[in-house]
Design a protein around this ligand. Sequence first.
Ligand code: IPM
Ligand code: MG
Length: 375
Amino acid sequence: MSKHTIAWLPGDGVGAEVLEAARICLDALDFKADYIHGDIGWEFWCREGNALPDRTLKILKETECALFGAITSKPRDEANEELAPELRGKGYDYFSPIVRLRQELNLHTNIRPTKAYPGNPLNFKEGIDIVVFRENTEGMYGGVEFHPLPQSVFDALSAAHKKMKKFGAFGLDNLAITLRIMSRQGCRSIVREAFKFAKRHGRRSVTVCDKPNVLRETGGLMIRTAREVAKEYPSIPLYETNIDAQCMWLVKNPFDYDLIVAENMFGDILSDLCAQLVGGLGFASAGNIGDNYAVFEPTHGSAPKYTGMYKVNPIATLLAAKLMLDWLGENDMAVRLESAVAAVIAEGKVRTYDMGGKAKTLEMANAVAEKIKGK
Ligand code: IPM
Ligand code: MG
């Protein structure tokens, strides 16, 4: 095995703790890598007005992929209050660094596996195995937003669409707009990635989820594009669902779904729902995948109230490391890591607080590492 070069991005909150756990397991696998630390997270926003400094982006350019811990994300007003006083009022604007990473590196595909590992006391039902493919750079996450609404935007929209005029009565100061911008290319790419994955992994169906009965243009584009792509894969059926019903059906009969593909925001919502079916965010990993780079992460947040307590479940991060190994072509190690995680869960001796146990973050990591080493 050649030596890999990995950007190591702990972030803030419990991010450093879960990455420490990942490192224990990667070392147990004898995965050979240089880990290059990158600054990212809340403290860099507060101190520098930039949660994702340029020096970190430079590190990403010099590495094969990144493993990311967690970051704190706060709405703009709260973010401004925590900015260093000398930086306030100078035009600094908080934007989630993980969302920025996805967009600036064009990590267009967010893959989120949710599998019920046998014996996990938190499984909603045994046997659930759903993968969510989330478009990762467009939709409402695109960041094109207005508040108050500029007159020029109001005028342009009013000229283009008769339904806009009635909103003018509220006054531009009272209007906020977040645009849901979707491209045919973006829709095609995420659906194609989903089908490619389905074919490679012998998945039985792909479900495209949106809301085309109301969001007729964006939702319509997604569904039409999915139908076109599906023709390239005649052996895999494409099902179509609306986001609201999809949420209900996932709870009612999760076994009807194998692989769900959605745009950015709906994919965000669906992936949390699917995560809860298999134990919650402590088990939910994600790969943000582009053409030449990828960032792997647990999908949970920074859990500020647990920071420094080594309390949170590191399994989501271990599964993110597993996704990273797969992406790097280290498939044998990926299988060994996942099997070790599954074995520890099945055995039920080492459980973190979310699983009803008392084990700490690194105890869980060490239990997995022991299994890797065959002890
Ligand atoms: C996720 C998270 C992020 C998102 C947040 C932290 C910005 O919820 O990765 O699912 O909304 O994408
Ligand atoms: Mg989310």
